[in-house]
Design a protein around this ligand. Structure first.
Ligand SMILES: [Zn+2]
Length: 192
């Protein structure tokens, strides 16, 4: 799985051979499309995408190119999961979040459980790396106040804010946050 901020850029990247195989660094070539998938956006809206599939010319591994607005193996967009995490920061429990967002309690509880401290630490480092490149002064102003989830979302949101402001990225903040976290806003689901 390779994640990309703007799937429409992939064609140009492939033509310029700037995308490399994550396994061996080989050149990637188009290899048809993966299965179409429909995921849930905030509220009752849905998003349907048909991700491109790529194949390494060297090691022949195939990779799926997933837009960072989506999360691998999740039925909801990055934004939906991000909003649920933001509700948790604001002190809401999984039942209340589920009601507010029109999702099942079990789904919301599963998301919140996959925001593990280890994963949040990692996600926070990804956001901090980007924020320090963009706006070091903004990074130094953000204080850790004893809540890893709050701190992580603040760092990631600040990076997205400054990316849009300084680099002119027009994608929604959660799509950028999906990019910093390489499509992994949450720790990967447990199998089963
Ligand atoms: Zn390869």
């Amino acid at each position: 799985m390779i994640v990309i901020r703007r799937p429409q850029d992939a064609e140009a990247h492939l033509a310029d051979a700037v995308m490399c195989c994550p396994h061996c660094g080989g050149t990637l070539a188009k290899w048809g499309y993966a299965r179409e998938r429909t995921v849930r956006a905030p509220g009752a809206a849905t998003v349907t995408v048909r991700p491109r599939r790529l194949r390494c010319r060297n090691c022949t591994t195939t990779h799926i190119l997933l837009p960072t607005a989506l999360q691998p193996r999740r039925a909801d967009t990055t934004e939906v999961i991000g909003i649920a995490l933001a509700h948790k920061v604001n002190g809401l429990g999984f039942r209340r979040i589920a009601t507010l967002m029109g999702r099942s309690e079990s789904t919301v509880r599963r998301w919140l459980r996959r925001a593990t401290d280890t994963h949040l630490n990692w996600a926070c480092q990804q956001g901090a790396t980007r924020l320090i490149q963009l706006a070091p002064e903004a990074f130094t102003e953000i204080r850790y106040a004893g809540n890893q989830l709050r701190y992580t979302l603040t760092i990631l949101s600040a990076a997205a804010y400054w990316d849009r402001r300084r680099c002119g990225f027009e994608e929604p903040p959660w799509t950028l946050i999906g990019m910093y976290t390489r499509g992994r806003l949450l720790a990967p689901p447990r199998s089963g």
